[in-house]
Design a protein around this ligand. Structure first.
Ligand code: SF4
Length: 352
């Protein structure tokens, strides 16, 4: 069944630190956090508009939910909890900071029906965390994950490649440590420069250089491949496109793209195909036939056919032909050339 998320934005509610990259008002377009009464109204309004069978979740985003006094947390959760108990929704999730997680808080969340907590982790490199003014270190993240798991809540990590002080080594370590924590899922949000933040000031002064779009795609693809290989779901790469983010007044610089996730998947297909050809060298100009799941066609081609053109240019291919085949699993390919056919999946990318 398809998921349907009812987002409730609580911009900066509960935040005791101002992280250098964050401006929730700009990102969400909401200037003030919601009240408990408004939460109920939003849920009812969204539920009334759903006319198909969906797995419905209410999600609290944009603040430090668990650093709020317990009474306020419960007030905000109450309308969602009521809907959960009456079967009108199926789950409640929220995002918060790792240093605002303790056993008592998590037990209370569990009692209110919360089953998924997403931790804003960003990096597990302590140097990067200091420079981002996060106010906690990587050890705190490990402790928070342990507490959530003990209580039986599902736990997700939000990671931000491209923060100041991060390089490839730092990113690889963050990914390796994240894998060791065994989260249920991760989200990957490459750092973009949002107006009104300390990062924007640093960018203006020339002290911070954001990742280019290509660099962000390559890093995110690496992360996605490693996590998925380890059986960890990557539920999102790149910020969800919105009117606010599409505006130049919100995103000043950095690798924002409304179809960022598609660019990442496209790059992964390119790595699969290029890696395959490298391992099975083409000795004379030839044709390549790619059979794929119908929904993967545009990702394999790349934006403006970039993958196909690049493969042809680099590997002496005369022609690359794509055929949709519903019997092929999403993400897999059957590649044929020289009279042979080869089945491929992401796990076969040997360069990572
Ligand atoms: S990243 Fe999280 S903790 Fe930091 S300012 Fe934004 S909402 Fe608050």
């Amino acid at each position: 069944m398809k998921h349907y998320i009812i987002p409730i934005f609580i911009p900066h509610l509960g935040c005791q630190h101002q992280c250098i990259f964050c401006n929730q008002q700009k990102i969400t377009g909401k200037l003030t956090p919601v009240t408990a009464m408004q939460v109920g109204a939003i849920i009812n309004e969204r539920l009334a508009a759903i006319n198909q069978k969906r797995h419905i979740e209410v999600a609290f985003y944009g603040g430090s939910f668990t650093s709020l006094p317990e009474g306020i947390q419960n007030d905000l959760l109450a309308p969602a909890t009521e809907c959960l108990r009456s079967g009108r929704i199926h789950a409640i999730r929220l995002s918060t900071r790792p240093d605002c997680i303790n056993a008592q808080t998590v037990n209370n969340l569990s009692k209110q029906g919360v089953t998924i907590v997403e931790l804003g982790v960003q990096s597990l490199d302590d140097n990067v965390l200091v420079r981002a003014a996060r106010g906690h270190n990587s050890q705190v993240v490990a402790e928070a994950v342990t507490i959530l798991k003990k209580t039986g809540l599902r736990c997700g990590l939000q990671l931000m490649p491209g923060l100041p002080g991060e390089d490839w080594i730092s990113l690889i370590r963050t990914v390796q440590q994240s894998v060791k924590l065994r989260p249920d899922f991760v989200r990957i949000y490459p750092t973009v420069v949002i107006a009104g933040t300390a990062l924007a000031e640093s960018y203006r002064q020339g002290a911070y250089h954001p990742l280019s779009l290509t660099q962000a795609v390559v890093r995110s693809a690496y992360m996605k491949i490693v996590f998925q290989r380890q059986g960890i779901d990557v539920i999102r790469t790149g910020l969800q496109a919105s009117e606010e983010l599409d505006s130049k007044e919100t995103v000043i610089a950095g690798p924002y793209h409304p179809a960022f996730g598609e660019l990442v998947d496209s790059h992964i297909f390119y790595l699969m195909l290029a890696g395959f050809i490298e391992k099975n060298p083409i000795r004379f100009p030839t044709n390549l036939i790619i059979r794929h799941h119908p929904q993967d066609c545009s990702k394999i081609r790349g934006q403006y056919n970039s993958n196909i053109n690049s493969l042809k240019r680099c590997y002496r291919l005369l022609r690359v032909s794509l055929y949709a085949d519903a019997t092929i699993k999403k993400g897999n390919l059957v590649v044929g050339y020289g009279g042979q056919a080869y089945l491929m999946n992401k796990n076969m990318i040997s360069s990572i």
